[in-house]
Design a protein around this ligand. Structure first.
Ligand SMILES: [Zn+2]
Length: 183
């Protein structure tokens, strides 16, 4: 069953069978397979400890601690793990939550939504559809036109400024265009 079907079931208020994971959030990696996979070794090398914790262990950075929260530059936000385009600066708004917040996604298919019942709450988790990286959660208290608030972790996003004609010199690590090694 795809994530989309799951979502529909939930919005219709029908019971959903979720694979039970009795472990606390972060210790249960979803069994889903994603189009892009990376070894733990590579990701540990390439990502900062916080980026790894958020994207691979469903962590959450502290409010107001992330580098993109107050970023008002024009540009695009990508998945920090695989480089997939997720948001533009036009979709960003100041939610006051302390986390980068967006009211829309570039492409709905680029994210996967999953019910998250951790911490005794029902939230909808957002993952990158390409690599499964945990990005954050989506809430229904956003502004027009979508009323959605995609509440992301800065650590799960890389930012490409419009003003930077040239991608940063860390091009050797550029995940998008270059070949991603062996899969
Ligand atoms: Zn990704």
């Amino acid at each position: 069953m795809s994530g989309f079907n799951l979502l529909h079931l939930v919005s219709q208020g029908q019971p959903v069978k979720l694979k039970a994971c009795s472990l606390p959030s972060g210790t249960c990696r979803s069994k889903k397979t994603w189009p892009k996979t990376f070894t733990e070794e590579e990701l540990r090398k390439r990502l900062t400890p916080m980026e790894y914790h958020v994207t691979q262990e469903k962590g959450t950075e502290s409010a107001f601690a992330g580098k993109h929260t107050d970023n008002k530059e024009e540009g695009n936000y990508h998945c920090v793990v695989c480089g997939a385009s997720l948001f533009t600066s036009d979709m960003k708004f100041d939610s006051g939550s302390g986390w980068p917040s967006f009211f829309d996604v570039i492409n709905k298919e680029s994210i996967t939504q999953t019910d998250d019942f951790s911490y005794g709450m029902h939230r909808v988790e957002i993952n990158c559809s390409q690599c499964g990286a945990h990005l954050g959660h989506v809430f229904d208290d956003g502004p027009r036109p979508s009323r959605k608030r995609y509440c992301m972790n800065s650590a799960s996003l890389s930012f490409q400024s419009k003003n930077e004609a040239e991608p940063t010199r860390a091009a050797s690590q550029s995940p998008s265009s270059s070949k991603n090694g062996e899969l």
